[in-house]
Design a binder for this molecule. Sequence first.
Ligand code: RIB
Ligand code: CA
Length: 316
Amino acid sequence: MNEIKKIPVILDGDPGHDDAIAWVLAAADPRLDIKAITTVAGNQTMAKVTYNARRIAALLKIDAPVAKGRDIPLISELMVAPQYHGESGLDGPGLPEPAQDLCPLSAVELMAKVLRESEEKVIIIATGPQTNVATLLLAHPELKEKIALISTMGGGLRNGNWTSSAEFNILVDPEAAYIEYHAGVPLMMCGLDVTEKAMIFPEEWEKIRVLGNPVAKTVAEWLDFFFIHLKQLGWEGATLHDPCSVLAITHPEIFKIIDVYVEIELGGEYTRGATIADWNHRSGKEPNCRAVVDIDREKFVELLIEMISRFGGEQA
Ligand code: RIB
Ligand code: CA
């Protein structure tokens, strides 16, 4: 059988329940070769998201190095989201303790090392504030050519979720997003336009729980917790933002993707952090990203269940 050509990836995030589920999907796909995990402050503080990242790596038996990034945004004060993710940043099920020491390199230096040493171009899957990615692009412009794609979760072309205008990841560090969207690197934007449609309902994640393997039970319990606040806000299911950034790479056929020029609002009393689409090409500027704007939700849920079933080898 032909050897699958693996794609080297770096997972950068702020776990975070939906980051954690995104990383489950990345670990489940044999075509992805996870070279590094890097953490960024967002859903919780740097110390908490890094501890969570190391425990997720232990759960998923990911032996890639884990390195921590900046503990504050480039310019803004740090905002965290305990109402969604709890005080630990990943409240709910118990997790194994880290299986390896924290990498002594900073997130940016580990990213640069992976890019420098990889024979293939690397995909960066960035599901938190874009602080580490922006710092990498500023510190190592010579490595841009080694980036195949930055697949991000962030923004919203029609609405925000932290303010009316801005989505959380972008609002935490708008300057980082601005640097990224102006870096001239292949960029995919999974914004709220698609991620608020990437919804899974409680009766659907029961199908994950009954798979019975340790990862499936953990994912179901993460969803149990993540849905608590969403339900209080009136959502009928859990919006799985970050998993879209992985599946848009591995299963683009279930999404609608458009090429569009997007600007990041840095000023504006009410609009800072907004991602503004150049609809109808008014600016005359060439698109700077592939924006994912729609999803086949049923196929998305089927994929989630099937990919999580692949951890079935470790029946409890
Ligand atoms: O707005 C949703 C995003 O903010 C997700 O990445 C979630 O994990 C939080 O970081
Ligand atoms: Ca996240």
